[in-house]
Every structure is written in C-alpha cells, then in structure tokens.
Design a protein around this ligand. Structure first.
Ligand code: NAD
Ligand code: IPM
Ligand code: MN
Length: 359
C-alpha cells in the first residue's frame, strides 16, 4: 500500500519589513478563511533578523524554498536602519535571480471607477497585464566605480540582455495572452513590447529581432510596439488600449508603479514572480512604506489580491474567487483604508474581508 501523502500545498510566508509585517498577516488570515488546503510556514527573513544576527538568507535558504514549498508569499523589504539595502537585494532579488523567477506578472485592474484618478474611466477600461523580465537588465548590477571620490570618478551600470532571457520572456507574454481572459471573460488578443530601442540600440535591437521572430509564431495575437516614454503618456491618456505589455526589468518596475496609480495606488497592486513549473513567489507591488509602517494604516488589499493570485496559480480557483469578490464589494462599500478613501485600519479592512470570505 502506498503511503498517505498530504495533498495540502505548502506556502512559505515571508512578511519582511515595514508594512509587509502588517499586510501579510491579513492576507494569511484571508487565505485561512478561504478554506484552501494549504499549510503555511513563517520565515523571519528581513531587516530585524539581519540587524540581529547578520543573516540575510540562511545558507540553504533558496534550496529549502524550492524543495519544500509550492509557493512563497512575500511582503516587502526595505528598512531605514539598513542603509545599504543589502538584505533586500539578497532576499528579494536573490529569490528572483537565484530561483530564476523570470516572469514578473503584474495585473493592472481597476475595481471601481472611484479609485481611478482619470476622468470617465470605468473598470472595463483598465484590465491589462505587465509581463516584466525579472532576471536580467540593469538589475544584474554589473558594473563598477573607478577613481571613486576623485574628480575623474567613473561609474558604469551595465544592461545585460541575453538571447535566452529575452526570448523566454517574450514567449511567456504570448503564452499568457493566449491562455488568459480579461475579467469580463473576453479573450486577450494583443501583446505590446515596450522598449527604448531608439536610444538603447544594442539591447533594443535584440529585443526587436526576437519579438519579430516569436510574434510570427502567434498569428492570432496582434503584435505591437511602443517606446517606453510614449507608453507612459498613453497609459494616463487612454489605458483602454493596453492588453499584455512585455518589457525589460527596469521599465517594468517603473511602469507598474504608474499603472498602480490607475488602480487606486500602490496599496491595490498585486504581482507574481513566476517560473512555470517551479516554486514561484507572490508579493504586492508596493514596498515597506516606512512613513506609514507600524501605524495600522497600510492598505492590505494589494497583499490580499496577491494571495488570491497565488491561490489561482496553485489551482485553487474557487478559493481565489472567494477572496476577490469581497475585495470588490469592500471597495464598493468603502470598507477600505484611508489611501483609497475609507476610514478603516489595516486590521479592520483585513477582518472585513475575512468575515465576508467566511460567510
Ligand atoms: P513604497 O511602495 O514602499 O511606498 C511609497 C508610498 O506609497 C508610501 O509612502 C505610501 O504613501 C504609499 N503606499 C505604498 N504601499 C501602500 C499601502 N499598502 N497602503 C497605503 N499606502 C501605500 O515605495 P518607496 O517609498 O519608494 O520604498 C520604501 C522602501 O521599500 C524602500 O526601501 C524600497 O527599496 C522598498 N521597496 C521594496 C519593494 C519590495 O520589497 N517588493 C518594492 C518597492 C519598494
Ligand atoms: C519592486 C521593487 C524592487 C524592484 C526594488 C525593491 C529592488 O521596486 O518589486 O517593484 O525594483 O524590483
Ligand atoms: Mn517597484
């Protein structure tokens, strides 16, 4: 007879720093209320641990995550006491790079017209996704400083783009487009590559050539292009035109904060760091927000929507829906935190969702 194996999915929970330590417990409560068959294990990686014993990531840290867990739920890293930000680099960028989580998927969805700073924009008008390359670009931190502190100082910051890396992220975007629908159920149909190939000709040229090649394999999907500066303007002028956007690491970082603004701010934006078939990591788009940390002010919905995204990734579709519906309802009823026009605290907003999910 075979041994009974637990069917529960295993989730590593790393709240991290600042508001991460406030919003992640709310997301965890909501996951529990959803009834998803998961087992969650807490990790204390972050600034407190680093300041206490010098550890950023324990020696077998990433191997443990990859071997023993199905997914990772992360808050944020960044603490004013750690000026070098070394722990954030080693933990957050460490997970993305060393676990090769090459696709940073950042959905941009407006839940209610009241949350969007643009005039006359409805939820159906803002439903696109940014697929950000997550393991290369300027984030590799290749480069150096020479003659530091002299008038002749030189600093270089290299932008690394590999054929393999560019091809797999562009392909991921087309596959995502093919297999995902919009919130209203209509199919996705367009992939737009965003770059700066008019100025950054070497890297841009590689992206342009690969985009042309890969897009030719997907005849039913429209392939489009926009320079990143023009895209920023278009995103606030008419967000309706976007469907799937694929771009490099740094442009993806910047345009997803801009896009978060369309959704009601950083408190509303969710993301996943994905390598298909491997242990992937899910985190809200926002950071540790030191000015509001520890004050029960942070909006937990970005983290809660991230939890739903993670559950859907783990095939808990029903449980993910059970979480997303009350978030929408809370926004409509203004059972929300101050940043999006309510008067609830982090805990109270989280509890409202927990109660609604449990009903
Ligand atoms: P941030 O996202 O932490 O916050 C910017 C501002 O947005 C905050 O001051 C706050 O006014 C608002 N905000 C963000 N999240 C919110 C929420 N959930 N509810 C309500 N308001 C919210 O960006 P920052 O100030 O540029 O960075 C602070 C620290 O976080 C830095 O150390 C930075 O490196 C780090 N950071 C980490 C991550 C991450 O771990 N994924 C992401 C971004 C920034
Ligand atoms: C994000 C953050 C990180 C990034 C920082 C903290 C390194 O801004 O996740 O968007 O630039 O990727
Ligand atoms: Mn960012």
């Amino acid at each position: 007879m075979s041994t009974q194996i637990s069917k529960k999915k295993r989730i590593a929970v790393i709240p991290g720093d600042g508001i991460g330590k406030e919003v992640i417990p709310q997301a965890v409560n909501v996951i529990k209320a959803s009834g998803a068959a998961v087992e969650m294990t807490d990790f204390d990686w972050g600034a407190d641990r680093y300041l206490r014993d010098g550890t950023t990531v324990p020696p077998d840290g990433f191997a443990t995550l990859a071997r023993d867990f199905d997914a990772i739920l992360v808050g944020a890293f960044g603490d004013p006491r750690v000026k070098t930000n070394i722990h954030a680099k080693e933990i957050l960028l460490g997970m993305r790079f060393k676990m090769d989580l090459y696709a940073n998927v950042r959905p941009v969805r407006l839940l209610d017209a009241a949350l969007c700073p643009l005039k006359g924009v409805e939820p159906k008008d803002v439903d696109f996704v940014v697929v950000r390359e997550n393991t290369e670009g300027v984030y590799t931190d290749a480069g150096g400083v020479f003659k530091q502190g002299t008038p002749d100082e030189i600093a270089t910051q290299e932008d690394i783009n590999t054929r393999k890396g560019v091809e797999r992220i562009i392909r991921f975007a087309f596959e995502y487009c093919q297999t995902h629908t919009k919130l209203d159920g209509s199919p996705r149909s367009r992939v737009l590559m965003c770059d700066k190939s008019n100025a950054m000709t070497h890297a841009g040229g590689l992206w342009q050539r690969v985009f042309k090649e890969v897009s030719a394999e997907y005849s039913k999907i429209a392939a489009q292009h926009m320079y990143v500066d023009a895209l920023c303007m278009q995103m606030v002028r008419d967000p309706r035109q976007f469907d799937v956007i694929v771009t490099n690491n740094m442009f993806g970082d910047i345009i997803t904060d801009l896009a978060a603004g369309l959704q009601g701010g950083l408190g509303m934006a969710a993301s996943g760091n994905i390598h298909p078939g491997r242990t992937s990591m899910f985190e809200p788009v926002h950071g540790s927000a030191p000015p509001i940390a520890g004050k029960n002010q942070a909006n937990p919905f970005g983290a809660i929507l991230t939890a739903a995204m993670m559950l859907r990734h783990l095939s808990f579709e029903k449980e993910a829906n059970k979480i997303e519906k009350p978030v929408l309802e809370a926004v409509r009823q203004k059972k929300v935190t101050q940043d999006i026009g309510g008067s609830l605290g982090t805990r109270e907003a989280g509890e409202w969702i927990v109660n609604a999910v449990a009903e």
